[in-house]
Design a protein around this ligand. Structure first.
Ligand SMILES: [Zn+2]
Length: 138
């Protein structure tokens, strides 16, 4: 089995609802996502996937949708105010935690046809969350 991983960096803002820690306040992170692909065989180039192709596809989506954007739950009462003020907002169905951002990136990469097996989202230098589907239940 072969595995390759690509890191992409971006900035985002968020806050968490129904949470008593510091993340209940609006704040930002300099995040790094590590996207891991896996394959039993290599392609004709001897690769699982071209790193530059993955960076191009994921990087352009992150630049357009997530980078320097506020990720807010659709139940957040600040949403209408911030949208009305012209802020860049990406609306999520649930609290935009590191776990859910990792899942969001995983789903995007999988939807683009890459053989992704795991996405790890580094929210700080010391804290990260990962998502990989349960092979038994998906
Ligand atoms: Zn945070």
């Amino acid at each position: 089995m072969y595995r390759v991983s690509k890191s992409v960096s971006f900035c985002y803002g968020h806050r968490l609802l129904n949470y008593s820690g510091k993340c209940r306040h609006l704040h930002g992170h300099n995040a790094r996502a590590v996207i891991t692909l896996e394959s039993r065989v290599l392609d004709a180039r001897g690769m699982v996937e071209d790193f530059s192709k993955l960076k191009q596809v994921v990087g352009s989506w992150l630049d357009d949708e997530i980078d320097h954007t506020l990720l807010l739950c659709r139940d957040d009462p600040l949403l209408p105010l911030l949208e009305g003020a012209g802020e860049r907002v990406y609306v999520t169905d649930d609290n935009p935690t590191a776990e859910r951002i990792a899942r969001m990136i995983f789903d995007y990469v999988a939807g683009k046809g890459f053989p992704v097996v795991e996405v790890t989202l580094w929210e700080t230098d010391t804290s990260h969350a990962s998502y990989c589907p349960d092979k038994h239940t998906d």
